[in-house]
Design a protein around this ligand. Structure first.
Ligand SMILES: [Zn+2]
Length: 336
């Protein structure tokens, strides 16, 4: 048995850039494929990495910004035709992600919306998103099976909303157990990503070890606790100083600082979490020509005694099997 991490895309923010795909990662556990976020180009990167759509078991969404979910429809629909064994459809792809927001955030004088889209449900959750994908692609799902051998569309996908206590509820931030089949355990905590509430970080424990994904967040104590002792921490990174030097104004910068962990902070996060390797992803700026991988790694590694790696599209890491054969799923309270 092996657990392998594959970075499918490492760009942050929705705007496409040349040379770097949108944020998405895969974890391959004994041939079973789990995908974390589905940014721009994720299905192509999935195929490019040699992964098999018939082995895609689940997708975990950190939050519902378009740069993290924009290619979810393709991830579900492009591989539909291979999701059968003989005459029977394979088990549905499970999609886990944030539940509906409980309130529609308001803006201020500088940042506000002019039009509220879909006011009857302005903050749909993951289940709503998947239902709307199916509704929007009903033509394909209803008509394609008449001209090609396709498994039953009803077996394609099942979505689950993850509910995490909000900070306002003043409940100790236990990690929520999202998934546990005795081999893979997935836990999540809420992180802090501006007005994107809920936003999640995930930890995956397998018999080979553990991998944590920060999602998009400022420095967050619950993420540090969730990631504690993980073999790999895939963490987003931003260079706010670069953005300032390239024309981002103070109001925008203040907003960015409430959304992301800066390159000067991420090494400290990894050190406090005592992870073995910090892997940078979700770069801001996303353009690979803006900052070299060597510079990202060198600056992000400050204050971290483990290995810092600047992630790139296609990067792979295989976790060694542990001596005791167990990854040690964490179910204890994390309010330490
Ligand atoms: Zn993002």
């Amino acid at each position: 048995m092996t657990t392998e991490l594959v970075l499918l895309g490492t760009a942050g923010a929705p705007m496409p850039v040349a040379g770097r795909a949108g944020i998405s990662s895969a974890l391959v556990v004994d041939g079973r494929v789990l995908v974390i976020d589905c940014g721009r180009g994720a299905p192509s990167a999935f195929a490019g990495a040699g992964l098999d759509f018939s082995r895609l078991e689940a997708v975990f969404l950190t939050h519902l910004h378009a740069d993290h979910v924009g290619d979810l429809p393709g991830m579900l629909l492009y591989g539909w035709g291979v999701r059968a064994r003989g005459d029977r459809p394979l088990a549905a792809i499970r999609v886990y992600g944030p539940s509906r927001a409980t309130t529609l955030p308001t803006g201020d004088a500088t940042f506000h919306r002019q039009t509220t889209i879909h006011p009857e449900l302005p903050t749909p959750g993951t289940t709503d998103l998947v239902e709307h994908v199916l509704a929007g692609y009903a033509y394909h799902l209803n008509v394609m099976p008449l001209d090609a051998r396709m498994p039953d569309a009803d077996a394609l996908v099942r979505a689950t909303d993850i509910t995490v206590p909000s900070p306002a509820e003043d409940i100790p931030p236990f990690p929520v157990i999202v998934f546990d089949d005795g081999i893979i355990q997935v836990t999540a905590v809420a992180v802090t990503h501006g007005r994107a509430v809920p936003a999640l970080a995930y930890r995956f424990d397998t018999p080979d070890g553990s991998v944590a994904f920060s999602g998009d967040t400022t420095v967050n104590e619950d993420l540090i606790a969730l990631a504690r002792g993980a073999d790999l921490l895939v963490h987003q990174v931003a260079d706010l100083g670069y953005l300032k030097r390239h024309g981002t104004d103070d109001a925008e910068l203040a907003r960015m600082a409430a959304l992301h962990t800066d390159v000067t902070e991420v090494g400290g996060v990894a050190e406090r979490a005592q992870v073995r390797e910090l892997i940078l992803s979700h770069y801001l700026p996303a353009d690979p020509a803006a900052i070299t991988e060597a510079e990202w790694a060198q600056r992000a590694g400050h204050g971290f005694s483990g290995t810092t790696t600047a992630g790139c599209d296609g990067l792979r890491r295989t976790l060694p099997r542990r001596q005791d054969g167990h990854g040690g799923p964490k179910t204890a309270p994390l309010n330490v």
